[in-house]
Design a binder for this molecule. Sequence first.
Ligand code: NAP
Length: 275
Amino acid sequence: MELRDFGTAGVQVPVIGQGTWNMERDRRRAIAALRRGIDLGMTHIDTAEMYGGGGVEELVGEAIAGRREEVFLASKVLPSNASRRGTIQSCERTLRRLQTDWLDLYLLHWTSQHPLEDTIAAFEELEQAGKLRAFGVSNFDVDEMRRAVAVAPGRIACNQVLYHLGERTIEHAVISFCERYGIAVVAYSPFGQGDFPSTSPVLEEIAHARGLTPRQVALRFLVRRGSVVTIPKAVRIEHVEENAGAGDAVLSDDEVARIDVAFPLGLPRRGVPLL
Ligand code: NAP
């Protein structure tokens, strides 16, 4: 499994990790899937206090029991909880549910009505207490990123954002902004939350020629820039194994260009934040 520098956070993470949204629906299989994923090197596990009302953090805690040191564990505070005191309380609850003493990464799930200064002050306090190792944001557009960088220069480890073949908006400005400031991009919903173009002739042709699957080709397209890693979610073991199988493939410039034509980026939408 290829490892990448996580922005300027001073750690490396696997290019393909594991998402956990909705995993509470299938608890037993989810735990087995996460464990298999760790075995295969997908050690970046992304969760959130929001998922299953805390139930997903609990199952993640069970999945990583005895293997904490192997895992790069990320969770997120809900914007409504992201006051200075609320962030600390949320983090404490998250740590209890995950049965761990620390998070490798703690994110603000999306922009909050609480001042960003307060959320970041709480992140820094948690960091000083050894309860988290890095922090970042999620669903921030360029204007919001600019503000985050102004509040915490050099401290924002990543921006976790929507990115799949049918939704490439972050390519307009968010990725390059993050690259300029040494901020990692974590691509979520890489399969469009179950809306994957599996019969695309271009994906099929490249997959066939390379001994990959269309989904593996798609994952490699999304991580073709060194600043991007991704976190597909899978509860089926065969899906976990397929996703991990994309961990070391590299697409040629020609293959990237063909996918780029088949799934065009499109123009920036007027009035829509450049997520
Ligand atoms: P996704 O990863 O794009 O898609 C998940 C769906 O794809 C599931 O139905 C899964 O099936 C299926 N799947 C996975 N691998 C497959 C494979 N190899 N072959 C066929 N089907 C496959 O969607 P997502 O869960 O929305 O996004 C991933 C993660 O990103 C989330 O779980 C969450 O951790 C994070 N996320 C963050 C935000 C945010 O606001 N920050 C928002 C959304 C998501 P099975 O489960 O049945 O295997």
